[in-house]
Design a protein around this ligand. Structure first.
Ligand SMILES: [Zn+2]
Ligand SMILES: [Zn+2]
Length: 320
């Protein structure tokens, strides 16, 4: 499994010489796995990083794009209207995301692509989109098989499928499950909720978790701990340094480097990559937050090697 970051900036895109190392696109990640059907690309979020990601997918001849949405704040959706594949009718775009306050992926796309906000109504391009509202976050699991593509199972069916002696349930065999990419979802605090996705590549046992737009919590809830536990890579929101957070940013829905380090240690995650960098943070300030993460780990008796605690950068590829 491999991930490529196309957008690691939070809140708004930026472009200035002082941000050239980590980049200025808002959130978009691409996941590579042998469990994906051929010709299919898997993405998380559709910030401005979706635009260059979409150009790469077009160059590769990708025919099906599966996009998982954490939530619908502008910095996670603003790539849709200008991504080339939004207008390629021969490419199927499957968008999965939460539904809250009556808004799921379809309602979000209808809203952001309409006059007077944008000259093309979503209805004009909707025929090659498939929008799937996830209304039971935490009670459903997505399974992507290389031959059969994605399907969403109820957690109890999934647990039965994993159970001792199970041959299969709901049209999926136990053997097929072990050939699949399993994606678990967990509601987290933003302060509205966002969805954290946990990717488990069954054939290799590799695990990656993305936890973005998540605010520090005093206690780390057991269900969140279990969701992240044992990840080979945790990509986590670390927008602020400790002094910024305490001075004025608590309650804005984002985290700090020392909190991300604590989550890493308490869940046994092997590597930590910061994301959702603050738009006002220059490269040296992003590095300073990484230094806070490493310092927290060292002062709490955990290793903090540079290759294991870092800030994600636009266009960086990370092997898992
Ligand atoms: Zn955000
Ligand atoms: Zn947000």
């Amino acid at each position: 499994m491999k991930v490529k970051a196309y957008g690691t900036r939070g809140s708004s895109p930026v472009a200035r010489p002082q941000t050239s190392v980590f980049g200025g696109n808002t959130t978009c990640f691409r996941f590579y796995s042998d469990c994906l059907p051929s010709g299919t690309a898997l993405l998380l979020d559709a910030g401005s990083g979706l635009v260059p990601a979409s150009r790469d997918l077009a160059a590769e001849g990708i025919r099906r794009i599966l996009i998982l949405m954490t939530h619908y704040h502008h910095d996670h959706t603003q790539g849709f209207p200008l991504a080339p594949h939004t207008y390629f009718k021969d490419v199927t775009v499957q968008v999965y995301g939460p539904k809250e306050y009556g808004v799921g992926p379809r309602e979000m796309l209808d809203y952001i692509m309409q006059a007077p906000f944008f000259p093309v109504d979503f209805a004009r391009v909707a025929s090659h989109f498939e929008c799937h509202a996830l209304e039971n976050i935490g009670c459903e699991v997505m399974v992507i098989h290389p031959d059969e593509g994605p399907r969403v199972l109820r957690v109890d069916d999934f647990e039965r499928l994993q159970g001792e002696g199970s041959a299969g349930v709901v049209g999926l065999s136990r053997a097929a499950l072990e050939e699949s990419l399993v994606i678990r979802m967990h509601k987290t605090v933003h302060p509205e909720y966002t969805v954290s996705y946990r990717f488990e590549e069954r054939p290799t046992g590799k695990v990656m978790v993305v936890l973005t737009d998540h605010e520090n919590t005093d206690s780390l809830p057991l269900d969140l701990r279990n969701h992240i536990r044992g990840a080979d890579l945790l990509v986590q929101d670390a927008q602020y340094d400790r002094s910024q957070y305490e001075a004025s940013r608590a309650g804005f829905g984002h985290g700090t480097g020392d909190y991300a380090a604590r989550v890493m240690k308490e869940t046994g995650a092997a590597r930590l990559g910061h994301t959702h960098h603050d738009p006002s943070a220059d490269d040296d300030q992003v590095e300073a937050i990484v230094a806070e993460s490493r310092a927290w780990l060292r002062s709490n008796g955990a290793p903090a090697r540079a290759e294991n605690v870092f800030a994600c950068a636009d266009y960086q590829e990370i092997e898992i």
